[in-house]
Design a protein around this ligand. Structure first.
Ligand SMILES: *Cc1c(COP(=O)(O)O)cnc(C)c1O
Length: 498
């Protein structure tokens, strides 16, 4: 049966999976959601021992029903190949009593690679299916990791251009170096004088500007999104939770059919939403533990049912989670609001005009699958040092937020259900913060000296992604005001709105 996608902001807009991937965002700024969540159709015991690619097929065929088996296998096998530095693709490592699902073995050493290495294939396949002749312009706002992962995925992909906006002073030195050294004739990287929310708002505005869309169309272009609002990013993320379940059983951490908890360091709410969908598909997941850094909007939301972005934006050592508007939460709100676009719109309009909304008590009951927690900067650094000293395992700052929140969760609830912690970036991507957490004396050293020092302490090989940027020349140096984002896009595409 074909799975149709509908918009969270308009009951009348329905599309196929490939169309949803192509458009990225629905009209009126809505997000596409599947009209129902398909159930896993293979017995759980068959997940045990399946490869990552095989698991990916079992999950993705249920969501992307207008793709043929051949098309899906082509996308999966092209994405999950030796771009990843280990054949498991997403290995599970045990340290300090927790299971770390390492999602950072792809080209840019952050978990965004899990979805962004397959998105270009899904998108170009979708374009063919829908007889699209325009060139596809991927427009992306990044808090640091999406940008590089999308650039790496789309570089020199025929029929596409990719434009990335990042907060000039809001990403780590390694993240910035990774982006501004990106090769490829179709890649554009622009720093903005604002924060991630400004970048995301600017991008969304261009997307929903219909007049601008017409101008683009006449010039032979159309936008698509590589942000986690695209279901082409969401669906591939469901896979690793299903895969992890098989590994947990295989490793003897849980028995078949027993549940596991999942802990996710959260920003835009994409990764944890994928885990929620995995649960809805019938995967035995008990609690979804949502970990925030000091930008703890989501923690407060789970406490009070009030989503309130009116607060100071804090720059933390986990920049990819420095977000006050978690876009993907809208998909959950829509579901909790009884899949009513009208009700969802009320909340989203409140968010746009007042910066906050309050959900009803009835809707709050639907949040019982989740547990929200947060970690301060000090706690984040503390847990990196602690786990290193006790287990010799060094984690990045984002993963550390999750590790700390997981400790708080166990303390608060005494729930000892075995858990998977989504480990979202390599410590090499946030070397300075990680090394400072272990010993502040490291702070005087240079970025690449720290890389070598981390290599000595962790005994984990320096990833290719880091070796590559040691000497790579800067190829992108444009910086613009937030208000000038559209102008920059027009310059790149050689068009001007009349
Ligand atoms: C993007 C990112 C996150 C947050 O993921 P969301 O899907 O936006 O919630 C966490 N950690 C790292 C390293 C990231 O790059």
């Amino acid at each position: 049966m074909e799975l149709i996608y509908k918009s969270t902001r308009n009951d009348n807009e329905t599309v196929t999976a490939s169309q949803a991937i192509l458009h990225g965002l629905a009209k009126e700024g809505g997000l596409y959601v599947p009209s129902y969540i398909p159930q896993l159709d293979i017995p759980l015991e068959e997940l045990v021992g399946k490869s990552y690619q095989e698991t990916a097929y079992e999950v993705m065929k249920l969501f992307l029903t207008d793709f043929t088996k051949e098309e899906l296998c082509y996308c999966i096998n092209s994405a999950y190949d030796d771009k990843f530095d280990c054949k498991e693709i997403a290995p599970v490592k045990k340290a300090d009593g927790a299971n770390y699902l390492e999602l950072f073995h792809g080209a840019t050493i952050a978990f965004k690679d899990m979805a962004l290495s397959i998105l270009p294939y899904l998108l170009t396949t979708s374009a063919k299916k829908n007889q699209v002749e325009n060139e596809i312009v991927i427009l992306t706002a990044t808090s640091g990791d999406t940008g590089k992962a999308a650039l790496a995925g789309f570089a020199d992909v025929p029929g596409t251009k990719i434009i990335v906006f990042y907060p000039k002073n809001g990403v780590s030195p390694i993240q910035e170096k990774q982006m501004v050294t990106q090769k490829g004739k179709n890649t554009y990287v622009i720093g903005i004088k604002g924060n991630f929310d400004d970048a995301q708002t600017g991008v969304k505005k261009m997307f929903s500007d219909e007049a601008f869309g017409k101008v683009l169309d006449q010039a032979g272009y159309q936008f698509s999104s590589a942000n986690s609002i695209n279901i082409g990013r969401l669906v591939p993320q469901i896979v690793y939770y299903v895969y992890a379940y098989g590994v947990m059983v295989k490793n003897g951490e849980i028995k078949l059919h027993e549940p596991m908890n999942v802990v996710v360091p959260t920003g835009n709410f994409g990764n944890i939403l994928a885990a929620y969908y995995a649960k809805q598909m019938g995967l035995p997941i008990a609690k979804l533990i949502c970990a925030s850094n000091e930008n703890k909007v989501l923690f407060d939301f789970f406490q009070s049912g009030c989503y309130d972005r009116n607060r100071e934006f804090v720059l933390t050592s986990s920049p990819s989670m420095d977000i006050l508007i978690s876009s993907n939460l809208e998909r959950l709100i829509y579901k909790l609001a009884g899949e009513s676009a009208a009700k969802n719109m009320e909340f989203m309009n409140d968010l746009a005009s007042k910066g906050l909304y309050q959900i009803t008590d009835e809707m709050r009951e639907g949040l019982s699958d989740f547990w929200g927690g947060y970690a301060t900067e000090e706690e984040t650094a503390g847990v990196i040092k602690e786990v290193y000293e006790q287990a010799g395992y060094i984690m990045d700052t984002h993963t550390a937020v999750a590790a700390k929140v997981y400790k708080k969760y166990k303390e608060a609830t005494k729930d000892m259900t075995p858990a998977i912690i989504a480990s979202t970036a390599s410590p090499y991507k946030f070397t300075r913060s990680v090394m400072n957490a272990i010993d502040p004396a490291y702070d005087v050293k240079g970025d690449f000296e720290l890389v070598d020092e981390l290599n000595r302490l962790s005994k984990v090989a320096v990833p290719r992604a880091i070796e590559e940027i040691r000497t790579a020349p800067v190829l992108h140096n444009t910086v613009c005001e937030t208000e000038k984002m559209q102008e920059e896009v027009e310059k790149i595409l050689g068009i001007r709105e009349a």
